[in-house]
Design a protein around this ligand. Structure first.
Ligand code: PMP
Length: 437
């Protein structure tokens, strides 16, 4: 067994990320707000893992619930059998979901939640005798996971270059990022809601009777934290409702407190027909996701006129006992510690801190919402991602973990972060930016 700090001794059949291979860094432990590195340093987690460890690391209630459940009932088949934890968790999810959301379809990841929601959308229309509604509309710079549906509706150009849009009839709205208007705006930008009008243009182009659903992240995370302009999501809702098109919010990042309420849907006061979730559902500890739907979407899928009894849907691990127990414990921790409210209370302090980086070297835009923030750097011509990645490496050396996507630095700390730790995170990042080439 190789020593944890002897990175060259690790075999590499593991298909590690290219950036990792060039510059391997290892974590060997984590507690609350910190990771422990293989060389024994503490690194402040400015990213909640990958936007998922909202309650911080090593949360005892969650880890104990997992161990207890694994000892009592480790696995149960989900099709003809059930177990109580899956039911209890579904009830707890619906308790905190916006009014109108009534059912939960379990999955094991954000990508699976997206695929499930796209299927549900098409099934919903088919069950209502509108079988021609199979088109799906996504958004440029949207990210919906790595499976074929998610890639197709997603807006990551390189992924689409490689695979095309393998789902038939997919189209994309423009993204909402207008640096000239939005640069340095705190919270929701005032301008840009008219971008939603592009949806009307796309609907007119294809005909509403061919469109099943529109999918967007309320705040696009993985492509650089794009905050929706005021009125934008409301307009998407109005246009989709008018044309009988389902609206799916991909809440994989925004779900479970990131914006200061359970879901972005409540934060923005817009009710979609489905919400895709994962990550924070189990605090990132055990893979689990859930698609949360209205009664109408559920009823069409589970018992439409064609009666979908022949339809085979569900994953081996959907709502498995250990993941369900982790989910229950996670939602209890969020509630007991009032973490969603805490995120809302900290948001103005966070906004000020993130915006203090405005004048820093190479910074061309700063964005925030809830406990999510981004600093966009001017890229080096011909070398996209290089400058931000240098910032990532320097930050890591100085003891903070940030995430970069293109030339954008994204931050989404666990919701347990203190004001002092916000100062440390942003202060250290400020020093790093000063020293950047
Ligand atoms: N949707 C969104 C909005 C995401 O941010 C992500 C992951 N970052 C996914 C889907 C995919 O989730 P997973 O990696 O769990 O498959």
């Amino acid at each position: 067994k190789p020593a944890p700090n002897d990175l060259n001794a690790f075999w590499m059949p593991f298909t590690a990320n290219r950036q990792f291979k060039k510059n391997p860094r290892m974590f060997v432990g984590a507690k609350d707000m910190h990771y422990t590195t293989s060389d024994g340093r503490q690194v402040l987690d400015g990213t909640a893992g990958l936007w998922c460890c909202n309650a911080g690391h090593g949360q005892p209630k969650i880890t104990e619930a997992i161990a207890r459940q694994a000892g009592e009932l480790d696995y149960a088949p989900a099709f003809q059998m059930g177990h109580p934890a899956a039911f209890e968790l579904a009830n707890r999810i619906i308790e905190i979901a916006p009014k109108g959301m009534e059912h939960v379809f379990y999955t094991n990841s954000g990508s699976e939640s997206v695929e499930t929601a796209l299927k549900l959308a098409i099934a919903y229309h088919r069950a209502r005798g509108e079988g021609a509604r199979t088109r799906l509309i996504g958004r440029e710079r949207g990210y919906h996971g790595v499976n074929f549906g998610g890639i197709s509706v997603g807006g990551i150009v390189n992924n689409r270059k490689m695979f095309g849009t393998l789902l038939g009839g997919v189209d994309h709205m423009p993204h909402t990022h207008l640096p000239a208007l939005n640069a340095f705006s705190k919270g929701q930008p005032e301008h840009g809601a008219n971008l939603a009008d592009d949806l009307e243009r796309i609907v007119a182009l294809h005909g509403a009777e061919t469109i099943a659903a529109v999918i967007v992240e309320p705040v696009a995370g993985s492509t650089g934290v794009l905050i929706p302009p005021k009125g934008y999501l409301e307009k998407l809702r109005a246009i989709t409702a008018k044309h009988g098109i389902l609206l799916i919010f991909d809440e994989v990042i925004t779900g479970f407190g990131r914006l200061g309420s359970a879901f972005a849907s409540q934060h923005y006061g817009v009710l979609p027909d489905m919400m895709t979730t994962a990550k924070g559902l189990t605090n990132g500890v055990i893979p689990m996701g859930a698609v949360i739907t209205t009664g109408a979407v559920h009823d069409a899928f589970m018992g439409g006129p064609e009666h979908m009894i022949e339809l085979f849907h569900g994953y081996t691990y959907s709502g498995n006992p250990v993941a369900s127990a982790a989910g229950i414990a996670t939602l209890e921790v969020y509630k007991e510690q009032g973490l969603f409210e805490r995120a809302a209370e900290l948001a103005p302090y966070w906004a000020d801190a993130v915006h203090s980086l405005k004048g820093a070297r190479h910074v061309i835009d700063v964005r925030n919402e809830g406990l999510i923030g981004a600093v966009e750097l001017e890229g080096i011509p011909g070398e996209p991602t290089k400058r931000a990645f240098s910032a990532f490496l320097a930050a890591y050396e100085k003891g903070i973990l940030i995430r970069t996507t293109g030339d954008i630095i994204a931050m989404s700390p666990p919701l347990i972060i203190s004001k002092g730790q916000i100062d440390q995170l942003i202060g250290t990042l400020g020093e790093v930016l000063k020293g950047l080439e």
